[in-house]
Design a protein around this ligand. Structure first.
Ligand SMILES: Cc1ncc(COP(=O)(O)O)c(C=O)c1O
Length: 399
Protein backbone atom coordinates (compact mmCIF):
# COMPACT_ATOMS: atom_id res chain seq x y z
CA UNK A 1 0.00 0.00 0.00
CA UNK A 2 1.37 3.44 -0.90
CA UNK A 3 0.92 6.29 1.50
CA UNK A 4 -1.11 8.26 -1.05
CA UNK A 5 -4.69 6.90 -1.24
CA UNK A 6 -5.00 8.29 -4.78
CA UNK A 7 -2.26 5.99 -6.07
CA UNK A 8 -3.65 2.64 -4.92
CA UNK A 9 -5.95 1.67 -7.78
CA UNK A 10 -5.15 1.05 -11.44
CA UNK A 11 -7.38 2.21 -14.26
CA UNK A 12 -8.32 -1.42 -15.00
CA UNK A 13 -9.42 -1.87 -11.39
CA UNK A 14 -11.40 1.37 -11.39
CA UNK A 15 -13.16 0.34 -14.58
CA UNK A 16 -14.72 -2.57 -12.69
CA UNK A 17 -16.73 -0.09 -10.64
CA UNK A 18 -20.46 0.21 -11.26
CA UNK A 19 -21.06 3.71 -9.84
CA UNK A 20 -22.21 6.80 -11.74
CA UNK A 21 -18.72 8.12 -12.41
CA UNK A 22 -17.60 4.92 -14.11
CA UNK A 23 -20.79 3.75 -15.83
CA UNK A 24 -22.35 6.89 -17.34
CA UNK A 25 -19.91 6.93 -20.27
CA UNK A 26 -18.40 4.16 -22.42
CA UNK A 27 -15.18 2.45 -21.22
CA UNK A 28 -12.88 4.43 -23.54
CA UNK A 29 -13.81 7.65 -21.73
CA UNK A 30 -11.69 8.82 -18.78
CA UNK A 31 -14.23 10.05 -16.21
CA UNK A 32 -13.15 13.15 -14.27
CA UNK A 33 -16.58 14.54 -13.63
CA UNK A 34 -18.95 13.69 -10.74
CA UNK A 35 -17.41 14.06 -7.24
CA UNK A 36 -16.52 10.45 -6.55
CA UNK A 37 -12.87 9.76 -5.68
CA UNK A 38 -10.68 7.05 -7.18
CA UNK A 39 -9.67 5.71 -3.78
CA UNK A 40 -10.24 2.64 -1.65
CA UNK A 41 -12.01 3.16 1.63
CA UNK A 42 -9.93 4.29 4.60
CA UNK A 43 -8.94 0.99 6.30
CA UNK A 44 -10.72 1.72 9.59
CA UNK A 45 -13.94 2.49 7.69
CA UNK A 46 -13.65 -0.69 5.63
CA UNK A 47 -13.00 -2.71 8.82
CA UNK A 48 -16.07 -1.26 10.54
CA UNK A 49 -18.24 -2.12 7.53
CA UNK A 50 -16.76 -5.62 7.29
CA UNK A 51 -17.42 -6.25 10.98
CA UNK A 52 -21.02 -5.12 10.57
CA UNK A 53 -21.52 -7.43 7.56
CA UNK A 54 -19.85 -10.37 9.33
CA UNK A 55 -22.13 -9.88 12.34
CA UNK A 56 -25.26 -9.29 10.29
CA UNK A 57 -25.46 -5.88 11.95
CA UNK A 58 -27.68 -4.51 9.18
CA UNK A 59 -30.73 -3.32 11.08
CA UNK A 60 -31.83 0.24 11.80
CA UNK A 61 -29.44 2.96 12.97
CA UNK A 62 -29.57 3.94 16.65
CA UNK A 63 -27.98 6.47 18.96
CA UNK A 64 -25.82 9.55 18.63
CA UNK A 65 -22.37 8.09 17.85
CA UNK A 66 -22.29 9.81 14.44
CA UNK A 67 -23.04 13.24 15.90
CA UNK A 68 -20.47 12.66 18.66
CA UNK A 69 -17.82 11.71 16.11
CA UNK A 70 -18.53 14.83 14.01
CA UNK A 71 -18.50 17.01 17.12
CA UNK A 72 -15.15 15.62 18.30
CA UNK A 73 -13.66 15.94 14.80
CA UNK A 74 -14.88 19.56 14.58
CA UNK A 75 -13.31 20.32 17.92
CA UNK A 76 -9.94 18.75 17.04
CA UNK A 77 -9.72 19.93 13.46
CA UNK A 78 -11.41 23.32 13.41
CA UNK A 79 -11.31 24.25 17.11
CA UNK A 80 -15.08 24.47 16.96
CA UNK A 81 -16.04 23.35 20.44
CA UNK A 82 -19.79 23.88 20.59
CA UNK A 83 -21.28 21.47 18.09
CA UNK A 84 -23.92 20.17 20.51
CA UNK A 85 -25.08 16.63 19.82
CA UNK A 86 -28.52 17.56 21.16
CA UNK A 87 -28.90 20.07 18.33
CA UNK A 88 -28.35 17.55 15.52
CA UNK A 89 -30.57 15.33 13.41
CA UNK A 90 -29.72 12.37 11.24
CA UNK A 91 -30.68 12.94 7.59
CA UNK A 92 -30.33 10.67 4.52
CA UNK A 93 -27.71 12.77 2.76
CA UNK A 94 -26.66 16.39 2.48
CA UNK A 95 -28.99 17.44 -0.32
CA UNK A 96 -32.10 15.78 1.10
CA UNK A 97 -31.08 17.21 4.48
CA UNK A 98 -30.84 20.68 2.94
CA UNK A 99 -34.30 20.31 1.40
CA UNK A 100 -35.76 19.21 4.75
CA UNK A 101 -34.11 22.06 6.66
CA UNK A 102 -35.33 24.56 4.06
CA UNK A 103 -38.84 23.17 4.63
CA UNK A 104 -38.52 24.04 8.32
CA UNK A 105 -37.83 27.72 7.67
CA UNK A 106 -39.59 28.49 4.38
CA UNK A 107 -42.92 27.71 2.73
CA UNK A 108 -43.80 26.96 -0.86
CA UNK A 109 -43.37 30.11 -2.96
CA UNK A 110 -40.69 31.52 -0.61
CA UNK A 111 -37.21 32.40 -1.85
CA UNK A 112 -33.90 30.59 -1.44
CA UNK A 113 -30.79 32.58 -2.34
CA UNK A 114 -27.81 30.77 -3.91
CA UNK A 115 -24.41 31.87 -5.25
CA UNK A 116 -23.93 30.73 -8.85
CA UNK A 117 -21.93 29.18 -10.29
CA UNK A 118 -22.86 26.56 -7.69
CA UNK A 119 -23.52 22.82 -7.35
CA UNK A 120 -26.38 22.11 -9.79
CA UNK A 121 -28.82 20.42 -7.37
CA UNK A 122 -28.96 23.69 -5.40
CA UNK A 123 -31.25 24.87 -8.20
CA UNK A 124 -33.16 21.72 -8.99
CA UNK A 125 -33.83 20.41 -5.48
CA UNK A 126 -34.94 23.83 -4.24
CA UNK A 127 -37.19 24.42 -7.26
CA UNK A 128 -38.69 20.90 -7.14
CA UNK A 129 -39.84 21.66 -3.61
CA UNK A 130 -41.73 24.75 -4.73
CA UNK A 131 -39.20 27.35 -3.56
CA UNK A 132 -38.01 30.21 -5.79
CA UNK A 133 -34.29 30.37 -6.49
CA UNK A 134 -32.82 33.88 -6.27
CA UNK A 135 -29.26 34.31 -7.52
CA UNK A 136 -26.46 36.29 -5.89
CA UNK A 137 -23.57 35.46 -8.24
CA UNK A 138 -20.02 35.07 -6.96
CA UNK A 139 -17.64 37.92 -7.77
CA UNK A 140 -15.26 37.71 -10.73
CA UNK A 141 -12.63 36.40 -8.27
CA UNK A 142 -14.84 33.40 -7.46
CA UNK A 143 -15.50 34.67 -3.94
CA UNK A 144 -18.69 35.72 -2.15
CA UNK A 145 -19.84 39.17 -3.23
CA UNK A 146 -21.49 40.67 -0.13
CA UNK A 147 -23.00 43.56 -2.10
CA UNK A 148 -24.64 41.13 -4.51
CA UNK A 149 -25.81 39.09 -1.52
CA UNK A 150 -27.38 42.13 0.17
CA UNK A 151 -29.12 43.04 -3.07
CA UNK A 152 -30.40 39.45 -3.51
CA UNK A 153 -31.62 39.28 0.10
CA UNK A 154 -33.54 42.53 -0.42
CA UNK A 155 -35.00 41.34 -3.75
CA UNK A 156 -35.87 37.90 -2.34
CA UNK A 157 -37.79 39.43 0.56
CA UNK A 158 -39.49 42.19 -1.43
CA UNK A 159 -42.73 40.24 -1.89
CA UNK A 160 -43.05 39.61 1.85
CA UNK A 161 -42.32 35.86 2.08
CA UNK A 162 -39.63 34.15 4.12
CA UNK A 163 -36.09 34.00 2.75
CA UNK A 164 -33.40 31.37 3.22
CA UNK A 165 -29.84 31.29 1.93
CA UNK A 166 -28.17 28.06 0.86
CA UNK A 167 -24.47 28.72 1.39
CA UNK A 168 -21.87 26.35 -0.07
CA UNK A 169 -18.98 26.34 2.43
CA UNK A 170 -16.45 25.55 0.91
CA UNK A 171 -17.77 26.45 -2.51
CA UNK A 172 -18.35 23.92 -5.29
CA UNK A 173 -17.27 24.35 -8.15
CA UNK A 174 -14.65 27.07 -7.51
CA UNK A 175 -13.10 25.42 -4.42
CA UNK A 176 -13.21 28.76 -2.60
CA UNK A 177 -12.86 28.47 1.18
CA UNK A 178 -14.74 31.37 2.72
CA UNK A 179 -12.83 33.40 5.28
CA UNK A 180 -14.03 34.29 8.76
CA UNK A 181 -14.48 37.91 7.64
CA UNK A 182 -16.59 36.90 4.67
CA UNK A 183 -18.74 34.67 6.87
CA UNK A 184 -19.12 37.38 9.51
CA UNK A 185 -20.33 39.60 6.69
CA UNK A 186 -22.84 36.93 5.66
CA UNK A 187 -24.12 36.60 9.23
CA UNK A 188 -24.47 40.34 9.58
CA UNK A 189 -26.49 40.58 6.35
CA UNK A 190 -28.62 37.57 7.24
CA UNK A 191 -29.55 39.21 10.56
CA UNK A 192 -30.25 42.55 8.91
CA UNK A 193 -32.57 41.02 6.30
CA UNK A 194 -34.09 38.28 8.50
CA UNK A 195 -32.67 35.51 6.30
CA UNK A 196 -32.13 31.97 7.62
CA UNK A 197 -28.81 30.49 6.52
CA UNK A 198 -28.34 26.82 5.67
CA UNK A 199 -24.64 26.05 5.22
CA UNK A 200 -23.71 23.00 3.13
CA UNK A 201 -20.37 21.92 4.64
CA UNK A 202 -19.95 18.62 2.85
CA UNK A 203 -16.49 19.58 1.54
CA UNK A 204 -15.30 20.97 4.89
CA UNK A 205 -12.73 18.25 5.63
CA UNK A 206 -11.16 18.72 2.17
CA UNK A 207 -9.15 21.86 2.85
CA UNK A 208 -5.81 22.08 1.06
CA UNK A 209 -2.62 23.60 2.52
CA UNK A 210 -2.83 27.38 2.79
CA UNK A 211 -6.53 27.66 3.65
CA UNK A 212 -8.49 27.32 6.89
CA UNK A 213 -12.08 26.15 7.11
CA UNK A 214 -14.46 28.17 9.25
CA UNK A 215 -17.67 26.36 10.28
CA UNK A 216 -20.48 28.80 9.62
CA UNK A 217 -22.14 28.06 12.96
CA UNK A 218 -18.94 29.10 14.77
CA UNK A 219 -19.29 32.66 13.46
CA UNK A 220 -20.85 35.29 15.75
CA UNK A 221 -24.35 36.11 14.52
CA UNK A 222 -24.94 32.66 13.01
CA UNK A 223 -26.80 31.25 16.04
CA UNK A 224 -30.08 30.84 14.16
CA UNK A 225 -28.49 29.04 11.20
CA UNK A 226 -28.09 25.38 10.22
CA UNK A 227 -25.22 23.36 8.80
CA UNK A 228 -25.09 20.03 7.00
CA UNK A 229 -22.11 17.73 7.27
CA UNK A 230 -21.19 14.31 6.05
CA UNK A 231 -18.16 12.13 5.34
CA UNK A 232 -19.39 11.52 1.81
CA UNK A 233 -16.95 13.72 -0.13
CA UNK A 234 -13.83 13.53 2.07
CA UNK A 235 -13.91 9.76 2.57
CA UNK A 236 -15.72 8.79 -0.66
CA UNK A 237 -18.88 7.43 0.97
CA UNK A 238 -21.61 8.91 -1.27
CA UNK A 239 -23.14 5.48 -1.83
CA UNK A 240 -23.42 4.84 1.90
CA UNK A 241 -26.17 7.21 2.79
CA UNK A 242 -25.97 9.34 5.93
CA UNK A 243 -25.51 12.99 6.88
CA UNK A 244 -26.01 15.26 9.85
CA UNK A 245 -28.12 18.40 10.12
CA UNK A 246 -26.82 20.73 12.83
CA UNK A 247 -28.75 23.64 14.32
CA UNK A 248 -27.32 26.71 15.97
CA UNK A 249 -28.64 27.44 19.49
CA UNK A 250 -31.44 29.67 18.16
CA UNK A 251 -32.46 27.11 15.51
CA UNK A 252 -32.79 24.13 17.84
CA UNK A 253 -36.56 24.48 18.18
CA UNK A 254 -36.90 24.54 14.38
CA UNK A 255 -34.81 21.40 14.02
CA UNK A 256 -37.03 19.59 16.52
CA UNK A 257 -39.90 20.05 14.03
CA UNK A 258 -38.08 17.86 11.50
CA UNK A 259 -40.51 15.02 10.67
CA UNK A 260 -39.58 11.61 12.07
CA UNK A 261 -39.56 9.95 8.64
CA UNK A 262 -36.47 11.94 7.61
CA UNK A 263 -34.38 10.00 10.13
CA UNK A 264 -35.51 6.76 8.48
CA UNK A 265 -33.64 7.64 5.26
CA UNK A 266 -30.02 7.09 6.27
CA UNK A 267 -28.88 3.48 6.26
CA UNK A 268 -27.32 1.80 9.29
CA UNK A 269 -24.24 0.85 7.23
CA UNK A 270 -24.03 4.48 6.10
CA UNK A 271 -24.11 5.72 9.68
CA UNK A 272 -21.46 3.17 10.69
CA UNK A 273 -19.17 4.24 7.83
CA UNK A 274 -19.61 8.00 8.29
CA UNK A 275 -19.13 7.69 12.06
CA UNK A 276 -15.92 5.70 11.67
CA UNK A 277 -14.55 8.15 9.08
CA UNK A 278 -14.88 11.12 11.43
CA UNK A 279 -13.78 9.08 14.44
CA UNK A 280 -10.70 7.25 13.23
CA UNK A 281 -9.70 8.17 9.67
CA UNK A 282 -8.08 11.59 10.08
CA UNK A 283 -4.61 10.26 9.24
CA UNK A 284 -5.95 8.70 6.03
CA UNK A 285 -7.57 12.08 5.25
CA UNK A 286 -4.26 13.85 5.81
CA UNK A 287 -2.53 11.52 3.36
CA UNK A 288 -5.32 12.13 0.88
CA UNK A 289 -4.97 15.89 1.27
CA UNK A 290 -1.24 15.69 0.51
CA UNK A 291 -2.04 13.75 -2.66
CA UNK A 292 -4.72 16.25 -3.64
CA UNK A 293 -2.33 19.14 -3.04
CA UNK A 294 0.19 17.46 -5.37
CA UNK A 295 -2.53 16.92 -7.96
CA UNK A 296 -3.77 20.49 -7.82
CA UNK A 297 -0.19 21.64 -8.62
CA UNK A 298 0.35 18.96 -11.25
CA UNK A 299 -2.85 20.10 -12.92
CA UNK A 300 -1.52 23.66 -13.10
CA UNK A 301 1.58 22.38 -14.93
CA UNK A 302 -0.48 20.18 -17.24
CA UNK A 303 -2.91 22.95 -18.15
CA UNK A 304 -0.03 25.35 -18.84
CA UNK A 305 1.65 22.76 -21.07
CA UNK A 306 -1.31 21.24 -22.94
CA UNK A 307 -4.12 23.80 -22.72
CA UNK A 308 -2.47 27.23 -22.60
CA UNK A 309 -5.71 29.01 -23.54
CA UNK A 310 -7.48 27.59 -20.48
CA UNK A 311 -7.42 29.56 -17.22
CA UNK A 312 -7.14 27.68 -13.94
CA UNK A 313 -7.03 29.18 -10.46
CA UNK A 314 -6.11 26.25 -8.17
CA UNK A 315 -8.84 25.64 -5.55
CA UNK A 316 -8.27 26.24 -1.84
CA UNK A 317 -10.41 23.25 -0.94
CA UNK A 318 -12.34 20.36 -2.55
CA UNK A 319 -10.87 18.20 -5.33
CA UNK A 320 -12.61 20.15 -8.03
CA UNK A 321 -10.85 22.38 -10.54
CA UNK A 322 -12.89 25.08 -12.23
CA UNK A 323 -11.41 25.60 -15.67
CA UNK A 324 -12.26 28.70 -17.67
CA UNK A 325 -12.39 27.51 -21.28
CA UNK A 326 -14.09 30.56 -22.77
CA UNK A 327 -11.15 31.31 -25.02
CA UNK A 328 -11.58 27.92 -26.70
CA UNK A 329 -14.80 29.15 -28.30
CA UNK A 330 -16.70 25.83 -28.07
CA UNK A 331 -20.34 26.19 -29.13
CA UNK A 332 -22.85 26.13 -26.25
CA UNK A 333 -26.20 24.55 -26.98
CA UNK A 334 -28.07 24.57 -23.74
CA UNK A 335 -31.46 22.92 -23.37
CA UNK A 336 -34.45 24.53 -21.68
CA UNK A 337 -35.25 23.92 -18.05
CA UNK A 338 -33.15 22.95 -15.07
CA UNK A 339 -29.88 21.20 -15.84
CA UNK A 340 -29.01 17.92 -14.16
CA UNK A 341 -25.45 17.08 -13.14
CA UNK A 342 -24.72 14.84 -16.14
CA UNK A 343 -25.91 17.34 -18.81
CA UNK A 344 -23.25 18.35 -21.31
CA UNK A 345 -22.76 21.46 -23.42
CA UNK A 346 -19.96 23.70 -24.67
CA UNK A 347 -16.40 22.68 -23.75
CA UNK A 348 -17.45 19.63 -21.70
CA UNK A 349 -19.39 18.30 -24.71
CA UNK A 350 -16.41 19.07 -26.95
CA UNK A 351 -13.86 17.33 -24.72
CA UNK A 352 -16.09 14.26 -24.39
CA UNK A 353 -16.56 14.01 -28.16
CA UNK A 354 -12.99 14.82 -29.19
CA UNK A 355 -10.76 13.77 -26.28
CA UNK A 356 -12.91 11.04 -24.63
CA UNK A 357 -12.58 12.78 -21.28
CA UNK A 358 -15.75 13.35 -19.22
CA UNK A 359 -15.89 16.59 -17.24
CA UNK A 360 -18.78 18.39 -15.55
CA UNK A 361 -20.31 20.98 -17.83
CA UNK A 362 -20.08 24.53 -16.56
CA UNK A 363 -23.61 25.47 -17.59
CA UNK A 364 -25.21 23.16 -14.99
CA UNK A 365 -23.75 25.40 -12.25
CA UNK A 366 -25.95 28.31 -13.35
CA UNK A 367 -25.08 31.93 -14.10
CA UNK A 368 -21.38 32.33 -14.81
CA UNK A 369 -20.94 28.64 -15.59
CA UNK A 370 -21.06 28.55 -19.38
CA UNK A 371 -17.68 28.27 -21.07
CA UNK A 372 -16.26 26.47 -18.03
CA UNK A 373 -15.72 22.84 -17.08
CA UNK A 374 -15.26 21.29 -13.66
CA UNK A 375 -12.52 18.67 -13.46
CA UNK A 376 -12.36 16.21 -10.55
CA UNK A 377 -8.68 15.64 -9.76
CA UNK A 378 -9.21 13.03 -7.03
CA UNK A 379 -7.52 10.42 -9.15
CA UNK A 380 -4.04 9.03 -9.81
CA UNK A 381 -1.39 11.20 -11.41
CA UNK A 382 -1.23 8.76 -14.34
CA UNK A 383 -4.93 9.28 -15.09
CA UNK A 384 -4.64 13.04 -14.64
CA UNK A 385 -1.69 13.22 -17.03
CA UNK A 386 -3.43 11.04 -19.59
CA UNK A 387 -6.68 13.03 -19.41
CA UNK A 388 -5.12 16.47 -19.83
CA UNK A 389 -2.73 15.18 -22.51
CA UNK A 390 -5.71 13.83 -24.45
CA UNK A 391 -7.51 17.16 -24.09
CA UNK A 392 -4.44 19.03 -25.36
CA UNK A 393 -3.97 16.62 -28.26
CA UNK A 394 -7.60 17.00 -29.29
CA UNK A 395 -7.26 20.79 -29.31
CA UNK A 396 -4.09 20.66 -31.43
CA UNK A 397 -5.67 18.17 -33.86
CA UNK A 398 -8.73 20.39 -34.29
CA UNK A 399 -6.74 23.33 -35.62
C1 LIG B 1 -21.76 21.06 -2.34
C2 LIG B 1 -22.34 19.69 -2.38
N1 LIG B 1 -23.43 19.41 -1.65
C3 LIG B 1 -23.99 18.19 -1.65
C4 LIG B 1 -23.48 17.18 -2.44
C5 LIG B 1 -24.17 15.86 -2.46
O1 LIG B 1 -24.13 15.28 -1.21
P1 LIG B 1 -25.07 14.10 -0.80
O2 LIG B 1 -24.74 12.96 -1.70
O3 LIG B 1 -24.76 13.84 0.63
O4 LIG B 1 -26.47 14.61 -1.00
C6 LIG B 1 -22.35 17.41 -3.20
C7 LIG B 1 -21.81 16.34 -4.05
O5 LIG B 1 -20.84 16.49 -4.73
C8 LIG B 1 -21.77 18.71 -3.18
O6 LIG B 1 -20.69 18.99 -3.90
Amino acid sequence: MTSNPLEELTLARLQRRTSMKWRTHPADVLPLWVAEMDVRLAPTVADALRAAIDDGDTGYPCGTAFAEAVSEFASRRWQWHDLAVARTALVPDVMLGAVEVLRLVTDRGDAVVVNPPVYAPFFAFVAHDGRRVVEAPLGADGRLDLDALAEAFARAGASGGKVAYLLCNPHNPTGTVHTVDELRGVAELARRFGVRVVSDEIHAPVILPGARFVPYLSVPGAEDAFALMSASKAWSLSGLKAALAIAGPQAAADLRRMPEEVSHGPSHLGVIAHTEAFRSAADWLDRLLRGLDDNRRLLADLVAEHLPAVRYAPPQGTYLAWLDCRQLGCPEEIGDGLAVVADLAGPARWFLDHARVALSSGHVFGTGGTGHVRLNFATSQAILVEAVSRMGRARRDSR
